[in-house]
Ligand binder design. Sequence first.
Ligand code: B12
Length: 320
Amino acid sequence: MPMRKSAPEDQPKHPIQVVARRTGLSVDVIRVWERRYQAVSPGRTEARRRLYSDAEVNRLLLLRRATEAGRRIGDVAALPTDELARLVAADRGAEPGTAAGPEDFVESCLEAAERMDSVGLEGELARAAVNFSVPVLLERVVAALMREVGERWHRGELRVGQEHLVSAAVRSFLGGLYGTSNMGGTGPVLLVTTPLGQNHELGALMAAVLAAADGWHVVHLAPNTPAADIAAAARQVDARAVALALAYPQDDPRLVQELRLLRQQLEPRVALLVGGRASDGYTEVLSEIGARQLASLAEFRAALAELRTASAAAPSPRSR
Ligand code: B12
C-alpha cells in the first residue's frame, strides 16, 4: 500500500504491542497481514523493531472490522483506506440484527477524525441522525463524541487539528439539524446563545436543536453575546425564555456582572434557563437572579415543557 510518510498521521511511532492493544488484533495476526497481504508497511527503529503510524493503526482497525463482517483479508487488504472505510460503514449498516448503537457511531466518528476524514465524519453523523431520536442523538452520539474528543486531546492522543475537524463537522451538522427542526416552530419563542466570554458554542446549539425539535420557535445567536444585546434581542423577538450555555471558564467575575445585568434588562416574565458544564461555577449568582440552573438536556426539556404549559394557561398579549 503506498503511504506518504510526511503528514503527522503517517509518522511511525507505535510499537506493535500498542497497535495490538488499540486494534484488538493479536501481534501474530498483524505480522501475517503485513507479510502475506502487505496490509500495512510499518517503519523500523534502529533495532529493526516495527513502528506503526496513526494511519496504519486506523487501517488495521478497519481491516479487523471488514473481516469481522465476513470478508476475507485477501479481498480487502489492498483496498485504499477511504474505500475500506466506506465498505466497513456499509457492512455495519447492512448487518441484520446488529443495528449499530450510539457508541458505534461515536467510535466510527473518532476513527474518521483520526484519519482527518471530514466527509466520512459528516456521513457517520448523518447516518446516526437517521437511526436515533433527537435526544439520543444529541446526548449519546454528539455530546459523547465531544467528551471523548476532549479526553483524547487532553491525553495527547488527538491533535488540535483533529479536534478542530470534529468541532467544525459537529457545528455544521447541528446547524443543519437546527435549520430543519426550526422550520415549523409556531410555539413560544426561545432565544439561545452563550454570554460574554463563553466561546464554546456547541452546548447552545444542542439546546437550540432540542427546543426546536420540541416545537419552540428558536432564535439562535452566535456565542459570546453581551448581556445588553441578549436583552435587546429577547425584547425584539418577544422571547418567552432565554437559554444560556456555559462551558468554560467556571470563574469569570465579568460573567457574574453580565448575568445580573441581563436579568435587570429582561422583562420579568422572560424565564432564564442556564446549563452547561461550567454553570456550577455560577450557582450563587444564578440563584440570586432567579435563573433556572439545569443539570442536563433532559432537565432542560422538562423545564421547557413546564414553561409551555404555563404559557398556554396564561398567554401573553403578544405570544405566538
Ligand atoms: C470543542 C472544544 C473546544 C473548541 C470549541 C469549538 C466551538 N465552536 O464550540 C475550541 C477549540 C475553540 C476550544 C477552546 C478551548 N477549550 Co475547549 N473543549 C472542547 C471540547 C472538546 C468539547 C466541548 C463541547 O462542545 N462539548 C459538547 C457539549 C455540548 O458537551 P458539554 O459541554 O459536556 O455539555 C453537556 C451538558 O453540560 C449540557 N449542556 C451544555 N450546554 C447546555 C446548555 C443548556 C441550556 C443546558 C440545559 C444544558 C447544556 O448538555 C451537554 C450534553 O450532556 C471540550 C471537552 C468536553 N469534555 O466537553 C473541551 C473543553 C471544554 N475545553 C477546555 C479548554 C481548557 C479550552 C481552552 C482553554 C483551551 C486552550 N488552552 O485554549 C479554550 C478556551 C476557549 C475560550 N476562551 O473559551 C476544557 C475545559 C476545562 C475546564 N477546566 O473546564 C475542556 C473540558 C477540555 C479538557 N478536557 O480539558 N475548546
